[in-house]
Design a protein around this ligand. Structure first.
Ligand SMILES: Cc1cc2nc3c(=O)[nH]c(=O)nc-3n(C[C@H](O)[C@H](O)[C@H](O)COP(=O)(O)OP(=O)(O)OC[C@H]3O[C@@H](n4cnc5c(N)ncnc54)[C@H](O)[C@@H]3O)c2cc1C
Length: 458
């Protein structure tokens, strides 16, 4: 006889974002008696700290972006859906999701975890975006890789010295870990490209690292910052600190220092590794909460949203004790919220405060040099590089990816060969013509070969 006792419905948990915070929350709930729906607008979990290695041809995209479905395949209570969350209706306990077919639907929840991260911001100059290369998504990294590789092809075919110099100049805005790592890798790439070009000398490229602050890598102690600066300079990187970007166009950027004159940097490759702002979903959560200057929603000590104990905001879109926008706070908050929900379904409802454990930070400068401040120990050079590599391998998701990345690094260390150097889009005469009035009309780069290089300085 069929049983007449009705099973109580299992709580429905919706997690928005399968980045560092969302994935940790999902993993922490995989054995809980709950039905989890994990939503993301991309189908992969992106390991952003190694994006610059995709942009500079070291790693393949798949090595830092495993599919979420594969990661969660053994979690019987979890379903993944590709979709863009466009609205959150806190009063109705539902989110609006736009699916891959463009259709929207309402998804109800009992508990909601919002971990949608941050996006680029151009400090009120959205018009700059058209001329900049941001570094936030896999698509950005691949577009930048294409641009860097094309820049040398255009430069090699260029008869106009000023234009050739423009192609061989790279401006990186933002001297945090991403900017520093990109600058170091670009300088190393130039060395590696040198024997391959006879028309130009890639080591004559100009790489400029710019930041409005008076220091680079501000989250590191002074000794390590000084080491990073010295090392970058020895690689030929120009460092412009205390310099604000005041204009951007197709042919370059203008920077202005506090007491000095403006400088125009002629370049077709201006990379934006500067500001980020919380996902707009943070504001949707702020009916009873404050939003800070970076667009983050201020959460309660247990990561819940004020006025809504069933809703949690974690990672880059949440402000709890003004923690920095890094992987570790996002991951630890994801684990904490999962623990809170597990306790709630087992009848222990009192919230516990999140306590952050700072494990330290690392940044790489070149092939054999990195800085690391881990567990209070300051390392640089090869030891720093070892610490950096261990931390990154440990944090990558999946043993296959860890092994793949390790093999790539060993291969690069031994052979100095970057395997990911394909220009995949067909040439479409896209090089901007500097003589055109609006500088946006395309022209075909000349195929005339020059004997000497442009003599751009480093
Ligand atoms: C280039 C780069 C390098 C970095 N290097 C380091 C480093 O070396 N060390 C470090 O600690 N931190 C680093 N960070 C910062 C770190 O990556 C972030 O702090 C961390 O990813 C934050 O985790 P999160 O879960 O809040 O957001 P994310 O990891 O960004 O995840 C957000 C997820 O939400 C999804 N999403 C966004 N909006 C929606 C929506 N509306 N609907 C559905 N899905 C949505 C996104 O697709 C994404 O998968 C770096 C960041 C960048 C961009």
């Amino acid at each position: 006889m069929p049983s007449t006792t009705q099973q109580p419905a299992r709580p429905r948990v919706v997690i928005v974002g399968a980045g560092f915070g969302g994935l940790m929350a999902a993993r922490g709930l995989r054995h809980a008696p709950m039905d989890i729906l994990l939503l993301d607008r991309t189908n992969h979990h992106l390991f952003q700290p190694l994006l610059y290695q995709v942009a500079t041809g070291i790693l393949a995209p798949g090595e830092i972006a495993p599919p979420v479905r594969k990661i969660m395949r053994r979690a019987a209570n979890t379903r993944f859906e590709l979709g863009d969350v466009t609205e959150i209706q806190l009063d109705h306990r539902a989110v609006t999701v736009c699916g891959p077919d463009g259709r929207t639907r309402q998804v109800p929840y009992d508990y909601l975890i919002v971990a949608a991260g941050a996006q680029d911001t151009y400090f009120g100059h959205d018009e700059w975006a058209a001329h900049l290369y941001p570094m936030k998504t896999l698509a950005h990294a691949l577009r930048l890789r294409e641009q860097i590789l094309l820049a040398y092809e255009y430069a090699a075919n260029c008869t106009d010295v000023a234009e050739q110099k423009r192609w061989m100049t790279f401006a990186i805005v933002g001297a945090g870990p991403t900017g520093v790592e990109l600058a170091g890798q670009l300088a190393t790439l130039c060395e590696e490209l040198r024997p391959e070009f006879d028309q130009i000398d890639p080591t004559c490229s100009r790489i400029v690292l710019i930041d409005a602050l008076d220091e680079l890598l501000t989250s590191f102690p002074e000794t390590l910052r000084t080491h990073a600066k010295d090392r970058l300079r020895s690689l030929g990187v120009d460092i412009a600190l205390g310099a604000k970007v005041t204009d951007v166009d197709t042919n370059g950027i203008t920077i202005t220092t506090k007491d000095g004159p403006s400088e125009r940097i002629e370049t077709h490759t201006a990379i934006w590794a500067a500001g980020v702002r919380a996902s707009p979903l943070a504001a949707a959560l702020a009916t009873d909460a404050e939003v800070d200057g970076k667009g983050r929603v201020r959460v309660r000590p247990d990561c819940s949203v004020p006025g809504h104990p069933e809703v949690f905001a974690i990672g880059d879109l949440a402000n709890l004790d003004d923690l920095p926008g890094l992987c570790e706070p996002a991951m630890q908050q994801g684990s904490h919220v999962a623990k809170t929900l597990r306790r709630r379904v087992s009848g222990k409802s009192e919230p516990t405060a999140f306590a952050y454990r700072d494990l330290g930070t690392t940044a790489t400068i070149s092939g054999k040099d990195a800085i690391a401040n881990v567990f209070g120990v300051k390392l640089h050079g090869l030891l720093g590089k070892l610490a950096w590599a261990l931390v990154h391998i440990a944090f990558l998701v999946g043993w296959g990816n860890r092994a793949g990345v390790l093999v790539r690094w060993l291969f690069l260390g031994i052979t100095r060969t970057r395997p990911e150097r394909m220009i995949v889009t067909a040439l479409d005469h896209r090089a901007p013509d500097p003589t055109s009035p609006d500088s946006t009309a395309p022209s075909t780069p000349s195929t005339h070969k020059r004997e000497s290089n442009a003599g751009a300085s480093r």
